[in-house]
Structure formats: structure tokens, C-alpha cells
Design a protein around this ligand. Structure first.
Ligand SMILES: Nc1ncnc2c1ncn2[C@@H]1O[C@H](COP(=O)(O)OP(=O)(O)O)[C@@H](O)[C@H]1O
Ligand SMILES: [Mg+2]
Length: 512
């Protein structure tokens, strides 16, 4: 009980903040009781936006960095929170006031183990950008190289840990006491979220990702990744070559510099295609703020905090699906899902094919420049979820990134389809990989995957037998059911006690 107190206090703050921003009722989606949320709705301030998503945005932003990230993560899970809310949360801004520069400098000195003057001859007092996890300063190294230095927010690890602990506590309660909300798998969602943020909280990983993509794309024309300065990089500090370029969203400046926008669209499509389908490792945050155009017309990417990995099997899976869609072979789309093991074989292929046609036909019938491959995939994943396909985070990330990249393409030229420009490349790839030999490799990999499952299967079998043989007890199913009933009754009581405690604390804290 006592160990729960910090969580209860923080949850009160959460409910209060959500209440003030008119978003308390949204907490019922996380499994909190309706009467509890209604109580906090009473304190909502006036003049709030009408849309639930917009009010949630305000609440998440006010709760700080972890919540901003959680909101953004949830925005990709329309399967859990619904289309409309997901769209609104995607607009959650990741720009928050900077932290003091002296703290950034102190952190750099501490982690790099040298006074700032020995590292940089010049360090900008004002950051060029500040987001929920880090901020970026421009600087010049003592050797005279212009660099951009990304520094994690001080105390971000602690703040993040407190919030994540609260999420686990809450998710645990929801899973234990509210069976109806179990379908949302709150513990699994939080675990995935924690893992992705943990990665972003170590800038050495971002540096390594940048370096890897730099090496993978070294020979590709028209795409550039800034060099990592490893001597000035640590867990909380990432120093990279400073690039100068025009933000990709500044179309007027791109034109003024006499650069060919169509060429840029082709470069964007081609680099994303190569990273995904050739290297299997891709920059997964291709929004306009992370893309620049160099004066030589090269596309430059920064910010490698979010990257995606896709294996050979999924590369072929996605390629085969898109190819079949474009050919109008909807039955094949359905079959590929079953072949890849993503949709259980007992599902009716014809029904699945019909559902694929229902989403494919309206899209494929559009003029080419209006077709979004990313959106098509997004719709498909929704349909496949109805056919019991488990969410595949790597495919969801790819799909979201395609939508982002297509947005950049449309910004540069609304009249062309970026994939059309990359067509020769796609053709060449398809000929090689979807050839007989390519398919043979696909099946070989399939076989390997299945083989990997076998030891787990035997282990499970073994564990099951241990339980009966060594302990020598065999509980009657009725006994087990009775235990479960008692546990759930106690759980419900405990939940009631927690909620009353929260309310009492709320009164104490906010009337103080
Ligand atoms: N190597 C760089 N050269 C020049 N500017 C950079 C560089 N890296 C980052 N920036 C600037 O800092 C901003 C934020 O950096 P980014 O890595 O995208 O951080 P965040 O993860 O907070 O979005 C970028 O949008 C860009 O304007
Ligand atoms: Mg960025």
C-alpha cells in the first residue's frame, strides 16, 4: 500500500490535469471507472476545444515529456484508440521550452570528462531547437569544425522512470481488476513504449544508427547523412557535423536556389526504398523537420532517434502485397498474409480477399498522383487486424514512415506520385527478389523461422509435464476457478480502496 503512495499522488495530478483540460472522460479508455472520471470532469476550465483529441493534446503536453511521447506513440495505434483520436494525437507538438544552457554545458563536461573550452571553441548560448527529450546547440570544435550538439534534458531519466513506473502500476491494476480492459493489453503496450523510449534516451544508440545508415547509403547518389563526432558523443551528448541546407518544407527557397524539386522527390523515394528493401534498416522519422536540401541538391537527413528494422521475410511480404494490390489480385493479398503466418490459416481467404477488394478498389481507381501507398497499407493493416493479425510494430512503423515520406513528396510536388518516380528501381528490385531464386530464399527463411519455434514448443511441453509430475498435485478445474473468483473479488475491493484514497488525496493536495 505505502509503495503505491507516490503513484496515487501522481495519478491524482494526472486526473487533475486531464480534468482541467476537459479530458478526464478519456481516462475511461484506460480502464478508470466512469464515476471517478466524471468527478474530475467537474473541474474543467472554460474555452476548451470541442474535439476530444484536441483536449487530450493539451493534457498530454501539460503532463510533460513522457506523456508527450506516449501521446505520439498512441497516435500510431488507431487499432487501440480509434481513428479520430489517433489523428489528433499525431499533431501533438514536440516543441517545449528549452532548459538552461549552463545545464547543457555542465552535462557535457561531466560526461565527456573535459572542460568545455577544451572541446569547443564556440558554443551557442541559445539552442536551435528544444524538444521533449533533448535540445540542440550549434558549436565549433577546437579543431574548427562546425557541429550540432544534441544534449538530453537533465533529469530526463528520473522523470521518465517515475512516469513509466506509474504507467506499469496503472496498467497492472487495469489488467488485474478490470477484465474488460484486458483486451487492450495495457502491460504489453507500456512495455513496447518503454523499450522505444529507452533507446531514445541513449544518444550513443542514435549515433550508431546514424553511422550505420551513413555507411549503408554511402554509395547512393543524392542522399547525405552528417558525420558523427564520436570523441564528443556519450549517453547524453551527440555531436554531429553541422549541415547547412534549406528545410525541405521551404519550397520557395528551394526554387530560388534553382534546385530541381522533382529530382528531390525521386531522391526521397529512392533512399527510403533502398533503406527498407535493400538494407532492412531505415530512418523511421522522415518528417519535414528532419530533412534538408544541401546546396548541391542532395537530400540530407538528421535525427536518427527512431529507426526501423525489417527482415527479408517482411520485405518480400510487403512487396508481394503491394504488387498484388496494384494488379488487383486481392485473393493473393489475402493468401500472402496466411502464408507469412500473420493471419491464422483457419480464416476464410475469400472473405479476407473481399475485404481487401473493398479497400483496394476505391484507392487504385484514383488518379496516380492521389494514390498513397502508405495509406493503402494502413487500411490493409486495419482489415487484417479484423482477421486476427497481431499488430506487427515493424510494419506499422514502416507504414507510418511511408505516409510521412509521401507527405514530404507531396509538399515538393503535389502533382506526382513519389513511387512512380522510383519505378525503375522498384522494377529492378522486384525482378531480382521476386524471381524464382528470391522466392526460394523466402521459403528457406520461412523454414528457418518455423524451426526456431520448435525448441520453444518442446520447452513448453516440458514445463507443462514438470508441473504435474514433480509437484505431484493436480488441481481440479473447479478449485482453480474458485481461487480465481476469490482473487478477483479481493482485487475489486482493493481497487475501490485505491480509488477512495486517490480522491481523499486529491482533496488534500489541491485544496492545500
Ligand atoms: N547535424 C545537424 N546540422 C544542423 N542542424 C541540425 C543538425 N542536427 C539537428 N539539427 C537541427 O536541430 C533540430 C532538432 O534536431 P533533431 O535531431 O531533429 O532533434 P529532435 O529529436 O528533438 O527532433 C533539427 O530539426 C535541425 O534544425
Ligand atoms: Mg527532429
Amino acid at each position: 500500500m505505502w509503495s503505491s503512495l507516490p503513484h496515487i499522488r501522481r495519478m491524482t495530478k494526472l486526473a487533475y490535469t486531464f480534468g482541467r483540460n476537459g479530458a478526464a472522460m478519456s481516462l475511461t479508455r484506460a480502464g478508470l471507472p466512469v464515476w471517478f472520471c466524471k468527478g474530475f470532469s467537474l473541474i474543467s476550465r472554460s474555452g476548451l476545444p470541442a474535439r476530444e483529441g484536441a483536449r487530450l493534446q493539451l493534457a498530454f503536453a501539460e503532463m510533460g515529456p513522457t506523456f508527450i511521447k506516449l501521446g505520439q506513440a498512441l497516435s500510431t495505434r488507431s487499432d487501440l484508440i480509434g481513428e479520430e483520436l489517433a489523428e489528433d494525437l499525431a499533431l501533438l507538438q514536440d516543441r517545449i521550452p528549452p532548459f538552461p544552457t549552463h545545464r547543457a554545458k555542465a552535462l557535457i563536461e561531466l560526461e565527456l570528462g573535459a572542460p568545455l573550452e577544451l572541446l569547443f571553441s564556440d558554443f551557442s548560448e541559445t539552442p536551435v531547437a528544444a524538444a521533449s527529450i533533448a535540445q540542440v546547440h550549434f558549436a565549433t570544435t577546437v579543431e574548427g569544425r562546425p557541429v550540432a550538439v544534441k544534449v538530453l534534458r537533465p533529469d530526463i531519466h528520473l522523470a521518465f522512470k517515475q512516469d513509466i513506473d506509474l504507467f506499469y502500476w496503472l496498467a497492472g491494476h487495469v489488467e488485474n481488476y478490470l477484465p474488460a480492459a484486458r483486451r487492450l493489453k495495457p502491460l504489453a503496450v507500456i512495455k513496447t513504449f518503454e523499450e522505444s523510449i529507452q533507446k531514445e534516451l541513449d544518444l550513443r544508440l542514435e549515433a550508431a544508427a546514424a553511422q550505420t545508415i551513413k555507411e549503408n547509403t554511402a554509395l547512393d547518389e543524392g542522399f547525405y547523412v552528417p558525420e558523427v563526432d564520436w570523441q564528443r558523443t556519450s549517453q547524453s551528448v551527440l555531436t554531429m557535423e553541422r549541415i547547412t541546407g534549406i528545410p525541405v518544407s521551404d519550397v520557395a527557397a528551394i526554387d530560388a536556389a534553382g534546385l530541381d524539386r522533382n529530382r528531390l522527390v525521386r531522391q526521397a523515394a529512392s533512399t527510403l526504398f533502398k533503406q527498407v528493401f535493400r538494407d532492412g534498416f531505415f530512418h523511421a522519422d522522415l518528417h519535414p523537420g528532419n530533412l534538408f536540401v544541401g546546396h548541391d541538391g542532395n537530400l540530407i537527413a538528421v535525427d536518427f532517434g527512431i529507426t526501423g528494422r525489417i527482415n527479408h521475410r517482411d520485405q518480400l511480404f510487403v512487396a508481394e502485397i503491394l504488387r498484388s494490390f496494384l494488379k488487383g489480385d486481392y485473393r493473393r493479398v489475402a493468401e500472402v498474409h496466411i502464408m507469412a503466418g500473420y493471419v491464422p490459416a483457419h480464416k476464410n481467404v475469400d472473405d479476407f480477399a473481399l475485404a481487401c477488394m473493398a479497400i483496394g478498389r476505391p484507392i487504385i481507381g484514383k488518379p496516380l498522383e492521389e494514390i498513397s501507398v502508405g495509406q493503402l497499407l494502413g487500411q490493409l493493416f486495419k482489415v487484417s487486424a479484423m482477421f486476427e493479425m497481431e499488430t506487427q510494430p515493424q510494419l506499422l512503423l514502416l507504414q507510418k514512415n511511408m505516409v510521412l515520406a509521401e507527405g514530404v513528396g507531396r509538399m515538393l510536388n503535389p502533382h506526382i506520385n513519389m513511387w512512380q518516380l522510383a519505378e525503375p528501381l522498384i522494377e529492378e528490385w522486384a525482378q531480382e527478389r521476386l524471381s524464382l531464386e528470391g522466392r526460394a530464399r523466402f521459403f528457406a527463411e520461412e523454414a528457418k523461422e518455423h524451426a526456431k519455434q520448435l525448441p520453444r514448443f518442446f520447452k513448453k511441453l516440458e514445463q507443462g509435464m514438470d508441473c504435474f509430475d514433480e509437484q505431484g498435485i493436480r488441481l481440479h478445474p473447479e478449485t482453480i476457478a474458485e481461487f480465481t473468483r476469490q482473487k478477483e473479488a479481493w482485487n475489486r475491493r482493493w481497487w475501490g480502496i485505491s480509488v477512495v484514497a486517490v480522491l481523499l488525496l486529491a482533496l488534500l493536495v489541491f485544496n492545500a
